[in-house]
Ligand binder design. Structure first.
Ligand SMILES: Cc1cc2nc3c(=O)[nH]c(=O)nc-3n(C[C@H](O)[C@H](O)[C@H](O)COP(=O)(O)OP(=O)(O)OC[C@H]3O[C@@H](n4cnc5c(N)ncnc54)[C@H](O)[C@@H]3O)c2cc1C
Length: 459
C-alpha cells in the first residue's frame, strides 16, 4: 500500500514543496524544513493548513479503512450492517481521533523545538486564545473566511514573519479533464462551439487476478475481447500478472443487475469462461464496488482565448475510450504544443492560434473514430463481411505496404494526423468494398457462365 501512496502523493508533494510554496514567498529554493513543517499545522496552531501528505495520507487511509470496513462489507455483500469484532464504529472513530490528536501534539512539540525564538514568539501570539480570527484564518470564501489579499499578507507576516509576492501569470493551460472548469468559462465567449454527448452505455471495471505463482491466467500478448453485439467485455494485461477487465453495456442492462444472483446468472449466460478466471466472489465484489461510470465525448472549438488561455487533453477533446487514444492524443497535444513553442519563439499569440487550427480537426476526427471503433468492436467483429474486408486490407498491405495501411495501424502506430488518417481510411474503404464485391461476384459469374455453356452444349 505504501508504494501506491508514494505514486499518488509524491507528485503532489513535490508540486507543493518545490513550486507552490517557493512561488508564494518569491523564492526559487524550497522553504527551510522547520518552516515547511510549521505550515503543516492549522492556522489556529500557527501554520497554514498545508499538510505533509506523505505523513497524513497513509494515517488517514488507515483510519478511514478501519472505520468503514463493516459498512463497505455490508454494501458489497448486500447484507445487513454488522460491526466487525467487539468495537463499535463510534468507538473506532474516537480511537482514531485520539491517535490523531496525539500525533499532532507530538508533531507540534517537535516543530516548536526547531523554531527560532522570534518565530516561536510570533507563533505563540497567533495561538493565543484571544487571537482574532483575522490573524489565524486562511482566506477560504467557502467557509465564510473571505479576506482581501492585503489582510492575508499581513496575517502571514504577523504569524510567521513571511512576505508573499505577486505572481503574474502569463497564460493558463487548462488540463483539467472532461468536465473542465476552464472550458466552461471559455464557453461563455461569443462564437464558442461546444458539443457534449453521453452514450447510452456505461462501463464497469472488473479484475482477473494473477495465478498463485504470479502468472497470467490468459495469454498476455493480446487484447482480449468478448463481443456480444450490444455489449462487450475486454481484458488488458497488467504488469503484475493480473488483467483489468472493462464491461461496457447499455445503462439499462446495468440497472437490471441488482443482486449477486443476477450478476452470476448474467455472466454464466454471456461470459461463462471468465467466471473461473475472476472467481465468483471476487467478480461479485468488484461488480458492486463502484457504480458503473458514464462515457462522454466532448468536441469544442477554439481551444484558446487570445494569448491568455488554452486547453488540452480531455478538457479539449474527451472521447469514448474505444480506440485507447484519449491519453495518447493528450500527450500528442503536448508534443505539438512544444514544437510550436520552439517554432514561434514562445509567442503565445501565434502558438495558441496555430494549436487550435491544427488540433481541432484532428481531435474531432479521433473523437469520431473512437465512436466508430465502439460499433466495430461490438458488432462488426461478429460479421463475415468485416472479416473479408479485414483480410483484403491485410493482403493489400502486404503487396503495397505504403499505400494500404490498416486503420488501427495508422491510428495507433503512426504520427499521421488523425484527420488525414480518416481521409486515407475512407479512400481505402472504397477500394476494399469494391474488391469485396468482385471477390463475391467473380465466382458467381464464372459458375453461371460454365452452367450456361453446359446447357448450350447439351442442346
Ligand atoms: C474506461 C477508460 C479507459 C481508457 N483507456 C485508455 C487507453 O487505453 N489509452 C488511452 O490513451 N486513453 C485511455 N483513456 C482515456 C484517458 O484516461 C484520458 O484521455 C486521459 O486521462 C486524459 O488526461 P487529462 O490529463 O487530459 O485528464 P484527466 O486524466 O481527467 O486529468 C485531469 C486532472 O485535472 C484535475 N482537475 C479537474 N478539475 C480541476 C480543478 N478545478 N482544479 C484542479 N484540478 C482539477 C482532476 O482531478 C484530474 O487529476 C481511457 C478512459 C476511460 C474512461
Amino acid at each position: 500500500m505504501s508504494q501506491v501512496f508514494q505514486e499518488y502523493v509524491d507528485p503532489i508533494h513535490e508540486a507543493i514543496d518545490d513550486l507552490f510554496l517557493p512561488t508564494l514567498f518569491g523564492q526559487v529554493e524550497p522553504l527551510p524544513g522547520e518552516l515547511r513543517q510549521l505550515f503543516t499545522l492549522t492556522p489556529a496552531q500557527g501554520g497554514l493548513g498545508i499538510p505533509d501528505l506523505r505523513i497524513d495520507a497513509p494515517q488517514q487511509y488507515a483510519a478511514s479503512t478501519s472505520i468503514t470496513t463493516s459498512h463497505v462489507e455490508s454494501i458489497v455483500t448486500q447484507r445487513p450492517f454488522k460491526t466487525k469484532g467487539d468495537v463499535s464504529t463510534e468507538d473506532r472513530k474516537i480511537y482514531h481521533q485520539s491517535l490523531k490528536t496525539a500525533s499532532v501534539k507530538a508533531r507540534m512539540e517537535t516543530i516548536d523545538s526547531s523554531l527560532s525564538n522570534e518565530l516561536m514568539r510570533l507563533v505563540n501570539q497567533s495561538r493565543d486564545k484571544g487571537a482574532s480570527s483575522w490573524l489565524n484564518a486562511i482566506p477560504l470564501e467557502e467557509q465564510g473566511l473571505a479576506m482581501n489579499k492585503q489582510e492575508f499578507r499581513d496575517s502571514l507576516r504577523l504569524r510567521s514573519d513571511q512576505t508573499t509576492v505577486e505572481v503574474h501569470n502569463k497564460a493558463i493551460i487548462g488540463n483539467d479533464g472532461a468536465y473542465s472548469l476552464i472550458r466552461r468559462e471559455m464557453s461563455k465567449q461569443p462564437w464558442y462551439n461546444y458539443k457534449q454527448e453521453y452514450i447510452a452505455h456505461a462501463y464497469q471495471e472488473l479484475h482477473i487476478p494473477a495465478k498463485d505463482g504470479g502468472e497470467y491466467a490468459m495469454d498476455h500478448n493480446f487484447l482480449h475481447v468478448w463481443p456480444r453485439d450490444s455489449f462487450m467485455l475486454i481484458a488488458l494485461p497488467n504488469k503484475d500478472g493480473s488483467f483489468t477487465c472493462t464491461l461496457i453495456m447499455p445503462c439499462k442492462m446495468f440497472e437490471s443487475l441488482k443482486s449477486e444472483k443476477d450478476v452470476l446468472t448474467f455472466f454464466n449466460e454471456h461470459f461463462q469462461d471468465t467466471i473461473p478466471l475472476m472467481g465468483e466472489k471476487h467478480l461479485v465484489q468488484k461488480f458492486f464496488s463502484f457504480p458503473p461510470s458514464p462515457m462522454v465525448s466532448v468536441k469544442c472549438s477554439p481551444y484558446h482565448v487570445k494569448d491568455k488561455v488554452i486547453i488540452m487533453g480531455d478538457a479539449a477533446h474527451a472521447m469514448v475510450p474505444f480506440y485507447g487514444q484519449g491519453m495518447n492524443c493528450a500527450f500528442e497535444d503536448c508534443l505539438i504544443f512544444n514544437d510550436y513553442m520552439d517554432k514561434y519563439n514562445d509567442n503565445f499569440d501565434e502558438v495558441f492560434g496555430k494549436f487550435t487550427l491544427t488540433r481541432c480537426p484532428d481531435a474531432h476526427a479521433i473523437c469520431d473514430l473512437s465512436y466508430y471503433n465502439y460499433v466495430e468492436m461490438r458488432a462488426l467483429l461478429n460479421s463475415r463481411v468485416f472479416f473479408v474486408k479485414t483480410f483484403l486490407i491485410k493482403l493489400l498491405n502486404r503487396m503495397m505496404p505504403r499505400t494500404f495501411i490498416p486503420l488501427y495501424h495508422m491510428v495507433a502506430f503512426s504520427r499521421t494526423p488523425y484527420h488525414e488518417v480518416v481521409l486515407q481510411w475512407k479512400w481505402q474503404e472504397k477500394i476494399v468494398t469494391r474488391l469485396s464485391w468482385i471477390c463475391v461476384s467473380v465466382p458467381f459469374i464464372v459458375a453461371t457462365a460454365l452452367t450456361l455453356r453446359k446447357i448450350l452444349n447439351h442442346s
